[in-house]
Design a protein around this ligand. Structure first.
Ligand code: FES
Length: 181
């Protein structure tokens, strides 16, 4: 069984995948963030990744969305490319926007024994986590990350359809840990 090494920023993960597996599903297995806006239908061309090795030759859909130059530079569509042998893929950095506004309090610095709590806003697109002082509710720090469900489409309907097909159950929500880190 081939291994797929997925690199996203400073994080590298390796998973075992079946030969011939679609790259998008294999990346989802790694728990690292990948957006597939058209839910892997091959229509948006926005699930680009950079492959370093181990991926089968591009098919018709990839040749429609990627120029010969882009293909020569090892750009591929995650929803179309298939793992052939041990493979390495680099994910593009994702910008995560959270509309949650707060004023960071540094009161915890002067109250070392104050009880802290973690509030998690679990959205279908973005997951945000906030470290708070339990006594006062003041927010000390916050971070946001992409919900892993993005691999199943940009809209909730696509994600629900994927869940009904039992595909989304294994990796619906990976990012709270990334936010907390
Ligand atoms: S082309 Fe849309 S997710 Fe791959």
């Amino acid at each position: 069984m081939p291994t797929l090494t997925v690199i996203s920023g400073n994080t590298t993960r390796t998973v075992s995948v079946a030969a011939g597996a679609l790259l998008g599903g294999a990346i989802a297995q790694s728990g690292l963030p990948l957006e597939q806006p058209c839910a892997g239908r091959g229509t948006c061309g926005k699930c680009r990744v950079l492959v370093e090795a181990g991926i089968a030759a591009p098919g018709e859909v990839e040749r429609q969305h990627l120029t010969p130059e882009e293909l020569a530079l090892n750009n591929r569509l995650a929803c179309c490319a298939r793992v052939a042998t041990d493979a390495v893929v680099v994910l593009a950095p994702l910008a995560v926007n959270s509309a949650k506004a707060f004023h960071a309090s540094d009161a915890y610095k002067t109250q070392p024994n104050a009880p802290l709590g973690m509030a998690i806003d679990l959205g279908s697109t973005t997951v945000a986590a906030f470290l708070t002082l339990l006594d006062t509710g003041e927010v000390c720090a916050g971070a946001a990350s992409l919900n892993q469900q993005g691999v199943y489409g940009a809209d909730v309907i696509s994600r629900l359809a994927a869940a009904q097909g039992m595909r989304a159950r294994s990796a619906p929500v990976a990012p709270p840990g990334r936010c907390v880190d």
